[in-house]
Design a protein around this ligand. Structure first.
Ligand SMILES: Nc1ncnc2c1ncn2[C@@H]1O[C@H](COP(=O)(O)OP(=O)(O)OP(=O)(O)O)[C@@H](O)[C@H]1O
Ligand SMILES: [Mg+2]
Length: 418
């Protein structure tokens, strides 16, 4: 008997739990879709159309909603002889400048009409922009240009300035570009220069995080398709939704959790997926996320995290950086490692905040105490302890923190009722 055998007891069709799956309908986004539709309507009416900027945290449905709207737009536009519509989609995930985005756009446009790709290096930026304008002019009509995950270009945002103005500046004649920019980075949006903001974000649509009920409604049709009848306990979808809503409000996270729970049930040889599988799946995913984040940390970073975990175990959070710093220097002392300045510790804390490991609060106590920051873990203490335990030199601390937390009754499960 081989190591692997096909097992179809739990999953009927895992496709609906895949990241690339396109659902039949978009749920719980009526308001946003209505706004979106209104923003795109002028294309059908052959009127000038504003650019659109979608923003909201990861997993809130920006990409899937855009695919959905564009496919309707294309279908419906086809019924009018006087509308000449095309769409180009570029995911900027691995593109870090306007130059790269312009090259990607050119190649996307060329590929769609069987032309040759251009090289990703070797041109001046202006030359690439010129080629892009030529390609667009060849296409003609209204061209909806989707720039997904556009925040990756950072400050190199020339394309967001040039493209919307291509027509008014006379670089293109026969096309009307409509740009749909999508970003999950609020800072990117706030930092757009006013001149870019003016044109790109003429119409803004915010995608807020989902609450537990909305996630349930998104998960249900997928769960229905993904699992055999009778496999899923009634509380599984609600619990996945509750966990994801409490953490990020991301549909992606909720879907992953459900899939992971199914996989754990399958691995158990269990005939049903239960609440326990969800809780284990949640632990598993949290640990993965944490491990990933932790791997980026240096010993100094680990020491800072360890200090914070200790305060957490004593139930003394949020903690001010100067108090945290004292604990940190003591930990360094016991590790026989040099400690760094309080300022550097704050840098480490800010990195950890970016990784989603900790939460930072900015306090302003007026003139007397001034402004300062307070910190607490943004992941379960239990998960930090697991990781510290498996990080060399930190095993002993993990033990100490564990018993402190136990004394304070802090290691119970994180969601006991939902
Ligand atoms: N309202 C919804 N109805 C059905 N499925 C949804 C909905 N919102 C999100 N999803 C699903 O959740 C997953 C994440 O959604 P999507 O990729 O659109 O998020 P996003 O906002 O683009 O996130 P990111 O900023 O990380 O790119 C996808 O699998 C998508 O199909
Ligand atoms: Mg997306």
């Amino acid at each position: 008997m081989g190591m692997f055998q096909r097992d179809r007891r739990v999953f009927a069709d895992a496709e609906p739990l895949d990241d690339s799956y396109e659902p039949e309908d978009i749920r719980e986004r009526d308001e946003e879709l209505e706004k979106y539709q209104r923003a795109l309507q002028p294309i059908i009416d052959n009127r000038p159309t504003s650019n659109i900027f979608l923003y909201g945290k990861t997993g809130t449905g920006k990409t899937v909603a855009t695919k959905f709207m564009l496919s309707h737009l294309e279908d419906d536009a086809a019924q009018y002889d006087d509308i000449d519509l095309s769409t180009v989609w570029v995911s900027c995930e691995n593109l870090s400048s306007s130059y790269q985005v312009a090259v990607a756009l050119v190649n996307e446009l060329r590929e769609s009409r069987g032309g040759d790709r251009i090289s990703t290096t070797g041109y001046s930026q202006q030359r690439v922009f010129d080629i892009l304008y030529e390609e667009l002019d060849v296409l003609g009509g209204t061209v909806v240009i989707v720039l997904d995950e556009i925040d990756n270009i950072g400050h190199s945002d020339d394309i967001l300035y040039g493209l919307p103005r291509a027509r008014s500046n006379g670089y293109v004649e026969d096309i009307r570009p409509v740009i749909v920019g999508i970003s999950n980075d609020f800072q990117f949006r706030d930092n757009l220069s006013p001149k870019v903001k003016d044109t790109l974000a003429e119409k803004e649509i915010l995608f807020p995080p989902y609450d537990a009920n909305q996630l349930r409604s998104i998960l249900e049709p997928r769960a229905e398709k993904a699992f055999h009848d009778g496999v899923l306990d009634d509380d599984v979808v609600p619990l996945c939704s509750a966990f994801a809503a409490q953490d990020t409000g991301s549909a992606r996270q909720a879907i992953r959790l459900l899939r992971e729970a199914g996989e754990l049930a399958q691995a158990d040889g269990s005939e049903t997926i239960t609440e326990v599988h969800v809780r284990n799946a949640q632990d598993e995913l949290e640990k993965n996320q944490l491990y990933e984040g932790m791997q980026e940390l240096t010993t100094q970073g680990h020491a800072v995290l360890c200090a914070l975990a200790y305060r957490e175990a004593l139930d003394e959070v949020p903690v001010r950086s100067r108090d945290l710093y004292k604990r940190y220097t003591r930990i360094c002392g016991r590790l026989d490692t040099d400690s760094v300045s309080e300022r550097r510790v704050r840098d480490h804390l800010s990195d950890m905040n970016m990784l989603g490991l900790i939460r930072v609060y900015e306090r302003n106590e007026g003139l007397s105490a001034g402004r300062y920051h307070e910190y607490e873990l943004d992941v379960p203490l239990r998960a930090v302890l697991d990781v510290l335990l498996s990080t060399s030199r930190f095993e002993d601390f993990a033990g100490i923190i564990h018993s402190a937390a136990d004394d304070n009754g802090l290691l119970r499960s994180d969601i006991s009722d939902y």
